[in-house]
Ligand binder design. Sequence first.
Ligand code: NPW
Ligand code: ADP
Ligand code: K
Length: 505
Amino acid sequence: MKILNCKQQKEADAYTIEHEGILSINLMEKAAGMLTEAITRRWDKSHRIVVFAGPGNNGGDALAVARMLFLKNYQVEVFLFNVTGQLSEECLTNIRRLKESGFPNYTEVSSQFQAPKLTEHDIVVDGLFGSGLNRPLNGGFAAVVKFINASPATVVSIDVPSGLMGEDNSYNVRQNIIQADLTLSIQMPKLSFLFPENEEFTSHWELLDIGISREYIAQAETRYFITEEQEMRQLIRPRRTFAHKGNFGHGLLIAGSYGMGGAAVLAARACMRSGIGLLTVHSPICNHQLLQTIVPEAMVQDDVHERFFAEPTDLDNYQAMAIGPGLSQEEITAQAALDQVSNCFIPLVLDADALNIFSAYRSYLNRLPKHSILTPHVKELERLVGRCSNSFERLSKAKELAGELQVYIILKGAWTTVITPEGNCYFNPTGNPGMATGGSGDVLTGILLSLLAQGYTQEEACRLGVYIHGLAGDIACMRMGEISMTAGDIVNALPEAWKKLTTSK
Ligand SMILES: NC(=O)C1=CN([C@@H]2O[C@H](COP(=O)(O)OP(=O)(O)OC[C@H]3O[C@@H](n4cnc5c(N)ncnc54)[C@H](OP(=O)(O)O)[C@@H]3O)[C@@H](O)[C@H]2O)[C@@H](O)CC1
Ligand SMILES: Nc1ncnc2c1ncn2[C@@H]1O[C@H](COP(=O)(O)OP(=O)(O)O)[C@@H](O)[C@H]1O
Ligand SMILES: [K+]
């Protein structure tokens, strides 16, 4: 699914109106009908609905919703903020329609705002500003936002929490943004909904498909996408009847050190559970017994060192390599890792300490083989690109780095993002906060290695890998609960996740 910017969303409305023979006001009526349905599905008539409408079409939506709720016998109050005397045409039409419906509780605010008393049983409908917001809110509007945020009412925002920009909020004033309990977003998600620092404004959002032109969306250019299940199903390669293990690749995992053998175990187990033909784990001698016992399916190659990865190994027999989980950053390991990676000629995943080593030896960064996959969490990324003050900046810097080094970056967290060397960003919808637990990332590395060894392209491996990892996390969460689930539970849920994605619905 494409994520378009606010300017494109406006163009999409205009294109739909021009090419699909629908009047602007009727498109708004359709949106309002769906908004009303979404509200009445959640809240019954015992709730008073207090609608705050702004001067543009977001306000128009809100006024139409007020009329529809009133005609369904809800108790509704409306405050229209008309401070400049300039209202959009559709907003004006909806004022007229509201009045014609016999609506009694309409207040137009041009200067002084007599705030109503809001209780926790009230529902506020926020239709102050939507995708047409072009600067941070201030003055009277900021005061209304603060009033709504301070109230105990439940807040439902139309399209966007008023005051929030759709993309970059670096220069916004956070106190002047609505903190919505629910955002009913029209047609397309906004990029800013996917950033963790905006959780206080948009923790829950839902999309309403009002029938914006598919043709416009198909030709619109964007760098931002949300991955969909159907796309991932289509990527998966079926196993042929006469297939043998040689068809699914031989992967090399370099992982583990003294006290961190578990990272190698988790990555190896996840790798075996994701379809690889053969796996060899290269680990210090101290992990030999552990690996042979817990992951008997994998071969173990001992490093020369008892406790740490110390000597690069030959890559001739492998189709892909992953390095990093539990590796440590000992000097001897760093040198071996830099050497191993710089001379790697097969598809490669770098995770955890392998990334930290490259952050410490920055001059080696340009020796990273092209199309390597880097899997940093936020901190690991910032060690590579420097401190970032918000997610938009972090994403921009990650895009720059991916382009500069021609690598794939998987920026991990909620809405894990796959960033390609060309600068495309794919946000992953699966996963949950239960995955924020030690070892979850090691599981992802194992999955990625498995997919690369099987011959998936880097982009396919990244997108499918993070999707299945999150899906397994969701299944683990259902089984064990968000609080108790561990990284091992994610591995244990992989079979069901793969089955879910490969069986027809
Ligand atoms: N048929 C359609 O088109 C459909 C549209 N839809 C709905 O329309 C919404 C977009 O509507 P919109 O483009 O009218 O923008 P909206 O967000 O209401 O505000 C724009 C107004 O705000 C003003 N303004 C901006 N920033 C400001 C600030 N900081 N402080 C003060 N003023 C500020 C700006 O004026 P300016 O001052 O910049 O001249 C302008 O007057 C969209 O989110 C969706 O809900 C859906 O129903 C689908 C069908
Ligand atoms: N709130 C969350 N929602 C979805 N996925 C999450 C969340 N928190 C963490 N994850 C996922 O869990 C994994 C954690 O990886 P990482 O931080 O490297 O852990 P570790 O180093 O302990 O293995 C990542 O894949 C990340 O996307
Ligand atoms: K809004």
